[in-house]
Ligand binder design. Structure first.
Ligand code: NDP
Length: 352
């Protein structure tokens, strides 16, 4: 064990964000980092989490393990979303406190904000209205995670912080045809449409809704930045009962523009058709990043470049797997048999 460096546990280090946080901490020269795969440690199991903290003598925790997915997954598996996320965060936060962990960063989501909150979404809009019903169980769990951190800070004097990311994308993303978020979903659809020489890709909705997207390495540097702020600086920008910080770019993009950018990145030259008969969801979803900016951090990765890197990562994952280990496209998105075929994308209107 290295005595000079804090002993850091990254929960969820194989995931999109956890793996990026690991890269950033390695780049900073941290060597005293502890990781466990899901197979090695079930974070929903309190006994296992207790034994882990007992043995490992952790100083600092990045809590990036969670059950995550787009609107389809949230709608199909609401019980799994609320149960797994509540259990994971309650176990990790409680056992971290019991075993003397002084600092912890909890990763929430922009889904915590009310469905009809004004835009851009400010931290203080939390719990000022009804949540989006499709991902309410996930959002409730995330709100509970923020409140766990605040409650342990109030009662036990811990320094547990929370960040609320906007929609993330990048290497390590989930390209599942039904459970993925909008950018990996578009990358996969346009790539498969290119390979199949499909004449058109149909996207549900008008293409007009505006959404915000943050490259995952930016999310990781923001997480480490927030975690490494002096306690008095963090406290000066947050409140005892309002302790979370939004993490985003502060800029949004129309879904139609995003689709065109992804098609260009992938090299798909067919038509992009928007099916306006399908629902659009909320017209705009953008985080207010005033607090994070005041704390000295801003996003760096331009969307066009981030999409190139994400597409390269997708191609590498296909090459590594040799055969497409990803599940086949479901029948409901259309066929890919020949020139005339189109591919439809039911994009998650209220991604979270
Ligand atoms: P990923 O699904 O990529 O990674 C989550 C990791 O957590 C996986 O490695 C998963 O392992 C692990 N995990 C889940 N449940 C358990 C469990 N019960 N025990 C042990 N390990 C578990 O998610 P992201 O990296 O995308 O998300 C990280 C955080 O950021 C989450 O809190 C998420 O809510 C938040 N966030 C993500 C956004 C995004 O766009 N991706 C947007 C906003 C917030 P396995 O896969 O083996 O189950």
């Amino acid at each position: 064990m290295n005595d000079k460096q804090p002993r850091i546990y990254i929960a969820g280090h194989n995931g999109l964000v956890g793996s990026a946080i690991l890269r950033v901490l390695h780049a900073q020269g941290h060597t005293n980092i502890v990781t466990r795969s899901h197979a090695e440690l079930e974070l929903a199991n309190q006994a296992q989490v207790r034994a882990f903290f007992q043995t490992e003598k952790i100083d600092v925790v990045y809590l990036a393990a969670a059950k995550v997915g787009g609107i389809h997954a949230n709608n199909t598996f609401p019980a799994e979303f609320i149960f797994n996320n509540l259990m994971v965060q309650a176990n990790v936060i409680h056992e971290a406190w019991r075993h003397g962990v002084r600092k912890l960063l909890f990763l929430g989501s922009s889904c915590i904000y009310p469905r009809l909150a004004p835009q851009p979404l400010r931290e203080e809009y939390l719990m000022n209205g009804m949540l989006e019903p499709t991902n309410e169980p996930y959002a409730i769990a995330k709100i509970a995670g923020i409140k766990l951190c605040e409650s342990y800070n109030r009662q036990y004097g811990t320094d547990y912080r929370s960040v609320m990311p906007t929609n993330l994308y990048g290497p390590g993303d989930n390209f599942h045809p039904e459970n993925s978020h909008v950018i990996p979903g578009l990358i996969r659809r346009f790539h498969e449409a290119k390979v199949a020489k499909a004449a058109e890709v149909v996207i549900w909705g008008s293409g007009k809704p505006m959404r915000e997207f943050l490259y995952v390495d930016d999310m990781a540097t923001a997480s480490v930045h927030v975690m490494q702020l002096a306690p008095e600086v963090y406290r000066a920008h947050t409140g005892t009962m309002l302790s979370h910080i939004n993490v985003g770019t502060g800029e949004d993009t129309a879904i139609g523009e995003l689709a065109a950018l992804v098609a260009k990145t992938v090299g798909y030259t067919g038509r992009i058709v928007f099916d306006s008969s399908k629902p659009d969801g909320t017209p705009r979803k953008l985080l207010d990043v005033t607090k994070l900016t005041a704390l000295g951090w801003s996003a760096r990765m331009p969307l066009a470049r981030g999409l190139q890197l994400a597409y390269q990562a997708y191609l590498s994952s296909l090459a590594t797997l040799a055969s497409p280990a990803l599940p086949a496209l479901p029948a409901s998105v259309g066929t890919l048999s020949g020139e005339a075929a189109g591919v439809s994308l039911a994009w998650p209107q209220s991604v979270c």
